[in-house]
Design a protein around this ligand. Structure first.
Ligand code: UT7
Length: 336
């Protein structure tokens, strides 16, 4: 039987990070830590964070403008927005609706958030594949944006050292030349280990009933558990994704992993036996920017000449949920 699924083209990408830089040395003013401890354990030297009223909406909007421009499209061409946000500035209106409003887009353009934490870009790419593949939508804007610095507990030195703020965006469209830019993609979740990384919503019961426990609404993370989970689960999963793409690991030009911890990136690199030049890491300068970390690393990698386009890349991400995902994609000339 002939496959009638429409192929997807990655048309344009962009990213945006705040101006304000917080170094590891700056963090020593907040708690007992050191540049040496943070850098050795994580590979992070500094991160960008929002200041004043700047938020993930501003970052996501700028990244989206760049992605639409690189796609050679106009705002009117976009017919759906999916935002991958871990914890947007407003739960509703969604981050996607906020960005739609900022563009002044027509109201026939649906806009919604999709929560898969740091795996969000890969998850949203899978959703977009379904929507474009079935012919429901043609040009979809995917935007991953978070202002983690507003969500961490700045007294918790085990968690707040890791995160930074940023946004990445990708415009995907139907590939009219019939060449699918997604060679393979798989997403997974295991809610039974959700306690490894969680963030509660604040809230109180109606005063007429028994009160619920008070919860704090900052990011909580069992760092060691996350680390162990990732290094034991992801390698086999990535192997399956590579096999599904019909390529061998050697044939894929770049590994662009979620930027969560340099030691995790190096564990993946060792497993794939990749030389340094095939592995894209910018965690040193941005920390963990959630779902935005992969698109930021990709676009910045191209800008800095670390990535040559007209190539292929293996993306892999993991995050709260726990969720994880991987994809082998084609990087066409001119996407960023
Ligand atoms: O997208 C989100 C994904 N999240 C991750 O990928 C997180 C993965 N995990 C990690 O990156 C690491 O677990 C961390 C970097 C978060 C922590 O490193 P660790 O080697 O697992 O440290 P630990 O939490 O086991 O703590 C070891 C010690 C503790 O002291 P004691 O109890 O042994 O005396 C901590 O209190 O290090 C202490 N510690 C610190 N010391 C100096 C924790 N944070 C700091 C700090 N500076 N910032």
């Amino acid at each position: 039987m002939q496959n009638s699924y429409k192929p997807l083209r990655i048309a344009g990408m962009g990213y945006s990070v705040p101006e304000t830089i917080i170094t590891n040395d700056d963090l020593t003013k907040l708690y007992d830590t050191s540049d040496e401890w943070i850098y050795t354990r994580t590979g992070i030297k500094e991160r960008r964070i929002v200041s004043g009223n700047e938020s993930a909406v501003d970052l996501g909007f700028i990244a989206s403008q760049k992605a639409i421009e690189k796609a050679g499209m106009k705002v009117e061409d976009i017919d759906c927005i999916i935002a991958a946000a871990s914890a947007p500035p407003q739960l509703y209106p969604s981050l996607a609706c906020n960005i739609q409003a900022r563009f002044g887009m027509a109201n026939h353009v649906p806009a919604f958030d999709m929560t898969a934490a740091c795996s969000g870009l890969i998850y949203s790419l899978q959703v977009a594949r379904g929507l474009i593949g079935s012919g429901l939508y043609k040009n979809i804007l995917l935007v991953a944006a978070d202002n983690n610095s507003r969500l961490v507990d700045w007294n918790d030195r085990g968690t707040s050292i890791l995160f930074g703020d940023g946004a990445g965006a990708m415009v995907v469209t139907e590939a009219e030349d019939g060449i699918d830019d997604v060679l393979s993609l798989d997403i997974r979740a295991d809610g039974s280990i959700g306690q490894y990384i969680y963030m509660n919503m604040p809230g109180k019961n109606c005063p007429l009933v028994e009160p619920c426990d008070e919860v704090d609404s900052t990011i909580h993370m069992a760092g060691r558990d996350v680390y162990k989970f990732v290094v034991t689960t992801l390698p086999d999963f990535i192997d399956e994704c590579i096999e599904e793409s019909g390529m061998s690991a050697d044939d894929i030009d770049y590994l662009i992993p979620h930027q969560a911890n340099q030691r995790i990136i190096e564990a993946m690199q060792a497993r794939l036996k990749y030389p340094d030049e095939k592995v894209i890491s910018n965690i040193e300068y941005y920390g963990n920017t959630s779902a935005a970390s992969i698109p930021i690393a990709l676009v910045e990698g191209v800008e800095k000449g670390k990535i040559k386009l007209n190539s292929t890349a293996l993306l892999c991400g993991f995050g709260a949920g726990m969720t994880w995902g991987a994809a082998v994609i084609r990087l066409r000339e001119g996407i960023c």
